[in-house]
Design a protein. Structure first.
Length: 269
């Protein structure tokens, strides 16, 4: 199976939820008491330490992605993907990208609240966001083509621990899920209260209404997801971080400095 989607690699996933029946053109907004500033959840984006040295699998099941280094000098030491044979799409193939040669991952900062990196691989360039113990690769425009190996594959999706290992001990993920869901709700209300433009507020409401359904669609292929909810938890973390980044853009620098907590707490662990 090839994961090919129709949105740019650099795009941040804006994952959706169910929309209740409303009259045509109506927008269901989450409740907001008033348009006064509300506190956002404190957040420290995960560092490279949460993934360095760990074996990550695409959707917790296939391929292999392993890192070394640190947040300002991250390297991909191992990168393998399961794909399909170009000359015979009924057959699967596995491609070892780089052949064991380390691949530098260039830092792109935190455009959406999370550390973002770019892997400049000639046959398969892609970007990814660093989550807690996982990396998220946005949908690609097309599959990566490895002509010499007669194989094509896509890195799109969530790379994380094996589904079996997560299902064996689901409690830590469940606790993290509760924290990130609370952070997401707080950040939505905080951003909604800061938006003075009605059209922008309605756009935010639409994005948030779509979040849960998109999240479900993205995570349906993660191994044993129903037993641990790891993928849903990490994508909720990504969305909460995205909203916090938008809040920071609307918050005056002086207010940020005066109101910043002395110690930030990560959304998930």
């Amino acid at each position: 199976m090839i994961f090919v989607a129709a949105s740019p690699a650099a795009a941040q996933l804006a994952l959706p939820g169910a929309v209740a029946p409303n009259p045509p053109g109506a927008v269901e907004r989450l409740p907001s008491a008033s348009k006064t500033p509300k506190p956002a959840a404190a957040y420290a984006s995960p560092s490279a330490e949460t993934v360095v040295g760990r074996l990550l699998l695409l959707n917790g099941a296939t391929g292999a992605l392993q890192f070394s280094g640190r947040s300002d000098a991250l390297r991909i030491d191992r990168f393998a993907m399961l794909g399909e044979v170009i000359s015979d799409s009924t057959q699967q193939c596995q491609i070892d990208v780089g052949g064991g040669t380390p691949i530098e991952a260039k830092s792109l900062g935190r455009p959406d609240g999370l550390l973002r990196f770019a892997a400049d691989i000639p046959a398969c360039p892609f970007e990814f966001d660093l989550l807690d113990g996982a990396v998220l690769v946005p949908p690609q425009l097309r599959a990566c083509i490895f002509k010499e190996a007669d194989c094509q594959a896509s890195p799109s999706g969530l790379w994380g621990p094996s589904g079996a290992s997560l299902a064996a001990n689901p409690k830590p993920v469940a606790e993290a899920r509760a924290r990130v869901e609370a952070a997401l709700a707080a950040n939505y209300r905080a951003l909604d209260a800061r938006l003075q433009d009605r059209a922008k507020a309605d756009d935010l409401a639409r994005d948030e209404a779509r979040f849960s359904s998109d999240r479900e669609e993205t995570c349906r292929d993660y191994s044993r997801e129903s037993a641990h909810s790891f993928c849903a938890t990490r994508l909720t973390e990504s969305r909460a971080a995205f909203l916090k980044a938008r809040i920071d853009e609307l918050t005056p620098i002086a207010v940020k400095r005066e109101g910043a907590p002395k110690h930030s707490r990560k959304l998930s662990q």
